[in-house]
Write a protein that binds this ligand. Sequence first.
Ligand code: PSU
Ligand code: MN
Length: 305
Amino acid sequence: MSVPAWMEIRGPVREALAAGSPVVALESTVIAHGLPHPYNIELALDMERILTSYGVTPATIGVLGGRACIGLTPAEIEHLATASGIRKLSRRDMAIAIAQGLDGATTVAGTLLLAHLAGMRVFCTGGIGGVHRSRAFDVSGDLPALAETPMIVVCAGAKAILDLPATREWLETHAVPVLGYNTDEFPAFFTPRSGLTVDAVVRSPAEVARIALRHWETGMRSAVLVAVPPPAEEMLAPEAAEAAISQALAEAEERGVRGWELTPFVLDRLVEITAGASLRANLALLRNNAHVAAQIAKQISRGGI
Ligand code: PSU
Ligand code: MN
């Protein structure tokens, strides 16, 4: 497969893709902007180890010196986790970062763009962006990326810092099937319940793979969203989560935090307000999602489902 000159598909990922072996894409914004140091590096390497333990090749994605790297090395992950001035790259930023030779971490949208270009079909993240609750009109670039990229996206739903009912409606309008992994409710990231429905309850990785393959066979080019409830041991109490979120959002509003900075600001403040409980929940659900994504990738690579 020919890829653009500015893209580097690293050896293990290239070989796995060529052999039709399972590969899972991982984003880097969660590393550079979503989690505090040193948890970010530990988590990123742990996600890779979990995938590898299933015989799945991990491909953490980011942009270094304007080169889109598919399958970052541990040293490169560490760079994104520690350096200052790492851009947060959604789809609109990608050409700028490449042409100007920047370093950047890819969001769900940015990762979908590059992973699809590289020929991948499964992507694992924590939570997707969505319609923000703020009065200012703010819809994450993740949503149109989900509407336009035929990949399976494993997540714990969308964070309750967002307007979840509006986010759910958006996905419906844009033909993104939302599959509840052993749940009939759309999870709210820190908590398993949002009061919102899913389009189907799925009970196995094979079922997810079957639905995704049929979805694309119908000619649809949208993503299939797999919503996995966060592990019960580490989830937040719903009232505590909502109180912390309201406080963090009020602070963002007060300080005029807008645009790409809003999500990282709110995530940081939540860690402080909840004395680390939101961080523990975030780490636990990311790891849990890696276990699910690995099994789905194996089913997808098997084909003929
Ligand atoms: N949700 C998380 N952690 C994160 C993000 C979302 O729990 O780090 C990141 C993802 O990379 C997502 C991005 O794609 O935030 C969305 O940002 P925005 O709302 O600015 O589109
Ligand atoms: Mn935004």
